[in-house]
Write a protein that binds this ligand. Structure first.
Ligand SMILES: [Zn+2]
Length: 143
């Protein structure tokens, strides 16, 4: 049996607000969700494991080659995550690797909220977005 999980991250990779506001978040959730907060020293790639089927260019809609993407990822982390912007091979536009369309979603973050018992509904998510003041992304992973 494969292991599945749901994580909520900010779309702002360097943000630590999910961590800093964890008490307020717990109040909003009011015991309805069982969550755990994670904080990393640096930005990490929060991936969805086996759920990642394709990566698509947000500008032209073409599929991004996984080998190219792997190299862009290496470059991003080797440069201490300072520059997420790369010239994509499909249309030559400069695109942030955080803005590529990951199917299913993945993202870059320092903090994550792990939802222990299943998913999070859109109403709860938008409440948290209002509280944090940042757009959030739900990552559904499978290993
Ligand atoms: Zn493109």
């Amino acid at each position: 049996m494969s292991d599945t999980f749901t994580k909520v991250i900010s779309t702002v990779p360097e943000s630590t607000l999910l961590w800093e506001k964890r008490d307020e978040i717990s109040e909003v959730l009011d015991g309805k969700l069982d969550v755990e907060f994670e904080l990393d020293e640096g930005i990490i790639f929060v991936d969805c494991g086996g759920n990642l089927k394709e990566i698509i260019c947000p500008d032209c809609g073409e599929m991004i080659d996984f080998d190219w993407w792997g190299q862009a990822m290496d470059g991003y982390f080797e440069n201490d995550c300072k520059n997420p912007n790369f010239e994509v091979p499909c249309c030559g536009d400069i695109v942030s690797i955080n803005d590529l369309i990951y199917n299913m979603p993945c993202g870059f973050a320092r903090t994550a909220m792990l939802v222990e018992n299943g998913g999070i509904d859109s109403e709860t998510l938008s409440k948290l977005e209002t509280l944090i003041g940042e757009e959030l992304r739900v990552i559904k992973g499978r290993y």
